[in-house]
Design a protein around this ligand. Structure first.
Ligand code: ARG
Length: 273
């Protein structure tokens, strides 16, 4: 179970350049700050320590701390990160600040040669709950070649990587359509995956719970599972039933301002230990 999350305050959060189909409406900055604090509190109430990385002026999406690096732990090499190559240049500028943050704390940096390829951290790369393997999506933000290079590097650490192809531009990151709930169960939006990838996902979990497209587009698949809780931006009857079946207690944190940028709770933190 994760013990620490890293977050970036939304001091410079804004919507300037549309990078996904959700982006367009103006941000209420005071409300965004309140909602971000609500999420930080919910993580702390769930027993997590929350670390902060300083926001940087001009980096309007830096609040989405899930994307800039992939974080892992290996029994021989210890804590490590794999820096992302973000598809949008404006977001790629965030990466070096995260790399510095982790370097200062002793993480090993595994740099990939991602020239011409993209890889977007925990937006598209999700640990299986027991950390035995990594689910890795490509097609909309990360590229197949980026995932391939990532898989080769992880193979050297004996972490298998399972590639998945995304096909719905509203589910442009894996964290919008696959949410592992525990070892045996996952929440998915089936329409986000190519048919072959959907089969792979279905074959890997004992229980697959499905969201409708409407639920997925409202970010119900972007929840955070921590210490028996499921932190989510909203609930539906369907989601309530699923969580009850998996013995997870829902905690609702409003993220409406961040949804105007295409992200919700999962995107706004990264687990670091
Ligand atoms: N506006 C951001 C972008 O398009 C949102 C990122 C959401 N992050 C996530 N992990 N899904 O890059």
């Amino acid at each position: 179970m994760p013990k620490t999350a890293l977050m970036c305050p939304p001091s410079f959060f804004d919507v300037r350049e549309p990078k996904n189909p959700y982006m367009g409406s103006p941000i209420d900055h005071a409300k965004a700050q309140e909602q971000w604090e609500g999420l930080r509190r919910a993580l702390q109430d769930a027993g997590l320590k929350v670390e902060i990385i300083d926001p940087v002026e001009g980096l309007d999406d830096m609040v989405f701390a899930a994307n800039q690096v992939f974080v892992g732990h290996h029994k021989q090499i210890g804590n490590f990160i794999v820096p992302s190559h973000m598809r949008y240049a404006s977001r790629h500028r965030e990466v070096k600040f995260f790399v510095d943050w982790f370097r200062q704390r002793g993480y090993k940096i595994i740099n990939l040669d991602l020239d011409g390829e993209y890889l977007e951290g925990h937006g598209d790369l999700l640990w299986h709950p027991d950390h035995s393997r990594i689910w890795a999506a490509y097609g909309l933000r990360s590229t197949r070649g980026g995932v391939h290079k990532f898989a080769a590097a992880m193979q050297e650490l004996s972490f298998p990587v399972i590639p998945l192809q995304l096909v719905d531009e509203h589910c442009y990151h894996l964290d919008t359509c696959l949410c592992p709930l525990n070892q045996d169960a996952a929440l998915i939006y089936p329409g986000a995956f190519s048919s072959e990838s959907l089969q792979t996902v279905r074959g890997a979990w004992k229980r697959i719970h499905e969201l409708t497209r409407d639920e997925a587009l409202k970010f119900l698949g972007n929840g955070i599972v921590v210490n028996g809780r499921f932190i989510t931006s909203r609930l539906t009857q369907n989601l309530e039933q699923i969580l009850a079946q998996e013995r997870l207690t829902p905690v609702v944190v409003d993220t409406s301002e961040f949804e105007k940028s295409g992200g919700s709770v999962f995107c706004m933190k990264t687990f670091i230990g």
